[in-house]
Design a binder for this molecule. Structure first.
Ligand code: ATP
Ligand code: ZN
Length: 300
């Protein structure tokens, strides 16, 4: 095997909504690469890991064909490809291995504000404009609705105004684009999040070691983003209640306080966000000197 084949290749969106989050995540995993988005290929400087910057629609194919070992792509794109290939009896040679904490959106069916709609069967015989043909087709089949899918590669939201469709099926995150186009959501088809996929092809032991290392670090990064380190003083008598109130923490560290027998210091890593309400509840339970600190790194 030559040297290039020994390097782990990760497919990432070149320019779009997932790009910055994906590159940031990989950098947090300790991979150093030149951040030049104009390039198709980024050479990992400190690990045998390279990035391929491509269109998001190409990522499942690159991973399935074993050109890349890993890919970061939206679940909506994964489903679109998976359903399309399955329908054509083509093999799907990748697996989803991690759900990430960015790229949240929903694929929804929407219609002009003024139009009537009460139930899904109202879609019967209607025209629905979308670029997410396979996911929509699958949804309609499951709901036993016979509607016409009109393919639009972009700017789907103008299809009703152009008289090309009665409904649209598109991705939304806040819904602001729908509102700006006088459209309203009537049904959610798919919830999507950025996802890591891995090829099902055989991976050499050398590369597998690096992939495992990257995934372990990635788990740590994801966990850290949610985690906080809490320090507080607590009356011994309230220790049980205060431990119960600490969100998502394992057994806290309890330490004596010099010259103070009835109070202890409590330190805990909380694997959930710590909200003001939690701190207020801890204070009501008797905690004082509360400190919440971000966690830099974590390894299990
Ligand atoms: P490419 O040039 O790579 O094909 P694109 O135009 O298909 O880019 P983007 O608009 O950058 O893709 O979206 C990439 C992914 O981001 C989507 O597939 C989806 O998973 C996610 N996403 C998150 N929020 C939204 C949103 N509001 N609209 C569209 N996609 C979103
Ligand atoms: Zn795309």
């Amino acid at each position: 095997m030559d040297k290039a084949e020994q390097r782990v290749k990760i497919a990432v969106q070149k320019s779009g909504r997932l790009t910055d989050h994906s590159l940031d995540l990989l950098q947090r995993c300790g991979i150093k690469f030149s951040k030049n988005k104009d390039r198709l290929f980024c050479y990992g400087e400190n690990m045998p890991v390279d990035l391929l910057l491509v269109r998001d629609d190409d990522i499942p194919g690159l991973v399935s064909d074993d050109i890349c070992d890993l890919g970061i792509v939206g679940l909506n794109v994964i489903e679109e490809k998976r359903l399309g290939w399955s329908r054509k009896m083509e093999p799907v040679r990748f697996e989803q291995i991690r759900t990430l904490d960015f790229g949240h959106c929903r694929l929804v069916i929407a219609m002009p504000d003024e139009a009537d709609f009460s139930e899904l069967s109202d879609l019967q015989g209607a025209r629905i404009a979308t670029s997410h043909v396979e996911v929509l087709r699958h949804f309609l089949e499951c709901e036993i609705v016979d509607a016409e899918i009109v393919y639009f590669s972009g700017a789907v939201e103008i299809a009703p105004k152009l008289g090309k469709a009665d409904f649209i099926c598109d991705l939304v995150s806040t819904g602001a684009t729908l509102a700006a186009n006088q459209l309203r959501e009537i049904h959610s088809v798919l919830e999507s999040t950025a996802t890591v996929i891995r090829t099902r092809a055989r991976i050499s032991a050398f590369k597998m070691e690096w992939i495992d290392k990257i995934l372990q670090r990635l788990d740590g990064v994801l966990q850290v983003r949610e985690s906080k380190y809490i320090m507080l003083h607590a009356p011994r008598s309230a220790l049980a209640e205060i431990t119960r109130l600490l969100p998502g923490s394992e057994a806290p560290t309890v330490m004596p306080l010099e010259g103070c027998d009835d109070k202890v210091a409590v330190h805990a890593v909380c694997r959930e966000n710590v909200f003001w309400e939690t701190l207020e509840n801890l204070k009501s339970a008797g905690a004082t000197s509360l400190l919440v600190l971000p966690v830099e790194k974590m390894l299990f």
